[in-house]
Design a binder for this molecule. Structure first.
Ligand SMILES: [Zn+2]
Length: 806
């Protein structure tokens, strides 16, 4: 038995290690390499039993790791063969496909997954990836001539419909920032290899509904339920919450509600994630076991733990399937099946081994899950529940007073919740940089409410439509409670994201605190848990500064840090009605790095520079602002407001900041009659006497010429290329005067202005200057301590699924 246990542990450990190593690669190997390595691995597995025990274990581990490495690599290679060819990007392609899931309504139109049937380009069959992520925008569309035209408006799309569209596609490309979300991995794991939009303008064949497909019956059923909910529940926020719970349509939840759920640590209850299904199954097992034990005859026929597990698994699978059968749901069900299956067989393996086996099984199905937050959250939650053994519902039995027996499942749930909330805190800090301080209270109240009242009522409404009124009432109570708790002043604790060597001791501390040990031992875990509180991200030493040009797409947003101060130069673009670079990129980035701003500079009025400002100022209302924008009322509240003018300067921690442009005369009414906002861009120079940086906004050649009157002030190691590399800017004389080591272009991948322009790039190249752009580099890091080095976020931890623009 011991030998079996040891070998299982070795095989599982080897598999996980092999997958983990493969996921670190920046490029894929050839099928030949994977085949050869798999052969070596298989040979190792075959030889292992013939060796003495010590060697056997080592060889088995290595051989299984090789098998896992090569099989994962081979799968990735096969999948990457159907990637979108760069030659097809941005072309009008005629596509017929079926909506494979519920479409999501957004502020800008509708988004959906399209399972491809046929694709044609210029009358020829085109090879496209099998699954596409498509948007159909409701606003006017830009024409080839640069003007705007009204396009065919999005219609009421439904899952299971077959449509003919003209699509414009591109490879999945997300922004890459420190601690940012890996959008490309997220799409890769779901099998999506191209994103795009419906071209519904005069130059394209109009979208046509071709009928209903027989495929995707579950998605069609979920669509019907979604429509039924919309029809019978008046309040859209409540209908959205019920849709999220019943059919997994998380996009139906309103933004403000999401923020409240996040602040109260309740988001896992409304997103059908691994953690949610784990908690759901745990509650279902507890309840089923408790009910089963009411009858001695049932228990004789089938022991309560088995019955409870069967019921819990069946409910969890049904729930996961109905909520969209997403990847997190699939792997959670696999894990539950294995977990319970071992218990069913009477295998009383130690829980760490069961966790290891489940993890290896999940990774055999979906290797890329290893990098998903949901994988770690659900495994850590299960590990904690197992480790704090008496939280297991199966242990409860014997003669206890009636009130205790009635309260038992609730007590078990509350206990499980305490364990999970405390134990997950360091992990959520590592993954999200935020932990909810009201989370324990919120979860103790909300988990029984959502799992035992709200979700059952919402599902019962499928059969008895009248019950949706009761479900709506329960949902309203839940929403009101979440908003009330979220409004408490200290609802959440946000900390900079700590490195793994801080988090691992904290996780050990959390585990110690929930183990069924004596209290002195458990309290010893607290200082370890506290490690995360005192960690600070390193800052530049006095007299030095660091630059971080965030990857915000088409626009400018640059963070400048000195030893004790932080400046944000521009705030990036607006992406849509309710999303901009401020709330999507800059605030999460500032939080992850543990930074508070001391000053915001908004170079000029254009929305690709001011789009995120309102969000930044809302998060930090007393922030001083320097800008050339005169109508800033919409951005209020700011702390103090100064017009940016050449001649302004200040010093922070031995680093000098100087405004070089615009001159006060540029603001004179006569000068402003004809001018574009670009011409008033604040130009900021940052220098410590040894190294310097020049930030130029969208100045054009006339302003560059004016700056050339004081060429000594222009020399810089790093230049933020004027106007994103537009043809209107970067004159040869200006480039020569600045003579930077690095020219940084902040622009969007395949942006419609064609920035940076080829002639401009050539001008920099002629002078031997390296141009770095955000589509290729992601966020750009530069430090005055190492002026000759520029770090790209995209190449720092490059992985094979990440997009490499041509
Ligand atoms: Zn711009």
């Amino acid at each position: 038995m011991q030998v079996l246990l040891r070998h299982t542990a070795v095989v599982c450990g080897g598999w996980i290690a092999g997958v983990a190593v493969q996921l670190q690669h920046a490029t894929l190997d050839t099928a030949g390499v994977y085949g050869a390595v798999a052969l070596v691995g298989a040979l190792g597995v075959w030889c292992a039993p013939r060796l003495r025990p010590g060697l056997r274990v080592v060889l088995l581990f290595a051989a299984v790791a090789l098998l896992a490495w090569s099989s994962t690599g081979w799968r990735a290679l096969e999948f990457s063969r159907s990637a979108l060819s760069p030659a097809l990007e941005g072309r009008n392609i005629q596509v017929v496909g079926v909506l494979s899931d519920l479409p999501r309504r957004t502020a800008a139109g509708v988004r959906f997954r399209l399972a491809l049937e046929t694709a044609r380009l210029d009358g020829q069959t085109a090879a496209l990836p099998p699954l596409l992520d498509v948007a159909w925008y409701s606003g006017p569309a830009p024409t080839v001539q640069g003007s705007w035209e009204l396009q065919a408006q999005p219609q009421d799309l439904r899952a299971g419909q077959r449509w003919a569209f003209t699509l414009r596609l591109k490879a999945p490309h997300g922004s890459r920032n420190p601690h940012g979300f890996d959008y490309e991995l997220w799409l890769w794991d779901q099998g999506v290899q191209a994103t795009g939009y419906v071209r519904a303008t005069a130059d394209a064949a109009p979208p046509r509904l071709l009928g209903e497909a027989a495929a995707y019956p579950l998605a069609r059923l979920r669509q019907q339920v979604r429509a039924g909910l919309d029809a019978s529940v008046q309040d859209p926020a409540v209908a959205g919450l019920l849709a999220a719970l019943v059919v997994g349509d998380q996009a139906a939840i309103e933004r403000g509600d999401w923020e409240a759920f996040r602040a109260t640590g309740l988001a896992h209850l409304v997103s059908i994630s691994g953690l949610h299904i784990t908690m759901f199954a745990w509650a279902a097992i507890a309840l089923a076991g408790w009910l089963w034990r009411r009858s001695a005859r049932l228990c004789l026929w089938l022991p309560a733990p088995r019955a409870a597990w069967l019921a819990g698994l069946a409910l969890a699978v049904a729930y996961a399937a109905f909520s969209g059968w997403g990847i997190p749901a699939q792997r959670t069900c696999a894990m539950l099946f294995l977990f319970g299956g071992l218990r069913w067989l009477g295998v009383r393996w130690p829980w760490p081994l069961v966790c290891l086996l489940s993890a290896a099984a999940v990774l055999a199905l979906d290797p890329w899950a290893l990098l998903q937050a949901g994988f770690w959250l659900s495994f850590w939650a299960v590990a904690l529940l197992c480790a704090s053994d008496d939280a297991l519902p199966a242990r409860r039995a014997g003669a206890v007073p009636l009130w205790l027996r009635v309260a038992a499942p609730l007590r078990a749930l509350a206990k499980a919740q305490w364990v999970v909330t405390l134990g997950l805190a360091p992990l959520t800090l590592l993954l999200f940089g935020q932990v909810s301080l009201v989370g324990l209270l919120a979860n103790v109240l909300a988990v029984p409410w959502v799992t035992l009242v709200l979700t059952p009522l919402a599902f019962a409404g499928l059969v008895v439509p009248g019950l949706w009124d009761a479900a709506a009432l329960a949902a309203q109570v839940f929403l009101d409670g979440a908003h009330m708790l979220a409004s408490w002043p200290a609802a959440t604790l946000a900390l900079p994201i700590a490195p793994w060597w801080v988090v691992i001791p904290a996780l050990a501390g959390a585990l110690a605190m929930v183990l069924p040990w004596s209290w002195p031992l458990r309290l010893a875990g607290a200082p370890l848990l506290g490690c995360t509180l005192i960690w600070h991200a390193p800052r530049p030493p006095p007299g030095e500064f660091a630059l971080l040009a965030a990857d915000i797409g088409q626009g400018n947003a640059v963070l400048v840090q000195t030893a004790r101060h932080t400046l944000l130069y521009d705030s990036g673009p607006r992406y849509g009605l309710d999303s901009d670079a401020g709330n999507r990129v800059l605030l999460p980035l500032l939080q992850a790095l543990g930074l508070r701003l001391d000053l915001l500079v908004l170079s000029h009025r254009d929305s690709d520079h001011t789009g995120g400002a309102a969000a930044v100022l809302r998060a930090q209302p007393r922030l001083p602002l320097i800008t050339s924008v005169d109508a800033v009322e919409s951005l209020a509240p700011w702390g103090s407001l100064q017009r940016c003018e050449a001649g302004q300067s200040w010093e922070w921690d031995g680093v000098r900041f100087q405004v070089l442009h615009p001159r006060p005369a540029d603001y004179a009414p006569a000068a402003r009659v004809r001018v574009k906002p670009n011409t008033l861009s604040c130009v900021l120079r940052v220098s410590n006497g040894r190294s310097s940086v020049l930030l130029t906004g969208d100045i054009e050649q006339a302003q560059e010429a004016a700056l050339l009157r004081q060429p000594d002030a222009l020399r810089a190691d790093v230049l933020l290329v004027p106007h994103h590399g537009s043809k209107t800017s970067s004159s040869a004389a200006f480039i020569a005067a600045v003579a930077p080591r690095f020219a940084l272009v902040q622009s969007g991948y395949r942006n419609r202005y064609g920035h940076p322009a080829a002639p401009v790039l050539a001008r920099y190249r002629e002078q031997g200057i390296a141009v770095v752009d955000s589509p290729h580099c992601g966020a750009m890091h530069w430090r005055s301590t190492q002026p000759a080095a520029l770090d790209c976020e995209r190449t720092r931890d490059a992985r094979y699924w990440q997009h490499r623009p041509p």
